[in-house]
Write a protein that binds this ligand. Structure first.
Ligand code: 8IG
Length: 277
């Protein structure tokens, strides 16, 4: 390991990787020294899907771990719950994520991912709520992320860290997911800065660029996950047709509602995944 050089100054003078190690140390300490096997980040509409995934070992409010702050979006829980899965593995479920639009920077956005990796996770499931470009995806439809387009202009990487993103979204894990639910479609996720939803023209642009799903998370986390060597699976819950696709207007309530309506399907999907991940 050489000295890490920063292209951007870490303004709070804290090494984000060291901070993730600290958070992981607190987490594994609470697990009696055990390390986790897999981590899941539960996005908009997904928190209900985390029920019944295993026996809770510990549940820690994220602000109790170094480097995390209180999430700002209603419907985001802000805890890490570690469950023992039916397969006997330890899964860390993160509810409540820090979004790029909060302005705390990419390191804050990916802190949970780095913490999960530092706590021993080898596999990561990123979920989100998003807008769908395909009119066939009714609100409440989960879609596997095949690839992403990062339109934030930002990266969680520091310096000349060249990370390969070919197959960043593991084809093998997508195959596993389709084994659990053969009806799952795939799509390309486009991360916008947010917090405003897209204009219809921006949604058309995303489609021209090859996107199928539009959202405000996940791509930056995916980059950090690949830097950390995590095997990555992504599932987007289409909570609304993207702006202009149907002519309906968008609001956050329908996001929460789509999650509630899709709850049973998402729970079954995550439970099935955790039997094999
Ligand atoms: I939930 O339509 C959810 N999140 N950018 N666009 C973007 N983010 C979203 C959307 C959407 N729906």
């Amino acid at each position: 390991m050489g000295v890490r050089h920063y292209a951007r100054p870490v303004t709070d003078a804290i090494d984000p990787y060291a901070l993730a190690n600290e958070a992981a140390a607190v987490l594994t300490d609470r697990l009696g020294g055990d390390r986790i096997d897999v981590a899941l980040v539960l996005g908009s509409g997904w928190s209900g899907a985390a029920e019944g995934l295993g026996e809770t070992v510990v549940e820690i409010p994220l602000p109790e771990l170094p480097g995390f702050s209180e999430p700002v979006v209603e419907g985001h829980g802000g805890v890490v719950r570690v469950v023992r899965t039916a397969a006997g593995r330890l899964a860390a479920l993160f509810t409540g994520r820090t979004h790029f639009y909060e302005g705390k920077g990419p390191d804050a956005v990916v802190h949970g991912v780095r913490t999960a990796a530092a706590a021993g996770a080898k596999r990561l499931v990123l979920t989100n709520g998003c807008g769908g470009l395909n009119p066939a995806w009714a609100p409440g439809t989960p879609v596997l992320i095949r690839d992403h387009i990062n339109l934030t202009g930002a990266t969680p990487l520091h310096g000349a860290t060249f990370i390969d993103l070919t197959d960043a979204w593991s084809p093998a894990l997508r195959e596993v997911a389709r084994g659990v639910d053969p009806t799952l479609d795939e799509g390309v996720y486009v991360q916008f800065h947010g917090p405003e939803y897209e204009t219809p023209a921006e949604v058309r642009m995303a489609g021209i660029l090859g996107g199928d799903l539009v959202g405000m998370s996940t791509a930056l986390e995916a980059i950090a996950a690949r830097e950390a060597g995590l095997e990555l699976l992504g599932i987007s819950l289409v909570t609304n047709a993207a702006a202009g696709v149907t002519g309906e207007t968008l609001n956050h309530d329908e996001v929460l509602e789509a999650g509630r309506d899709a709850g049973a399907r998402l729970r079954t999907l995550l439970a099935g995944l955790l039997e094999v991940l």
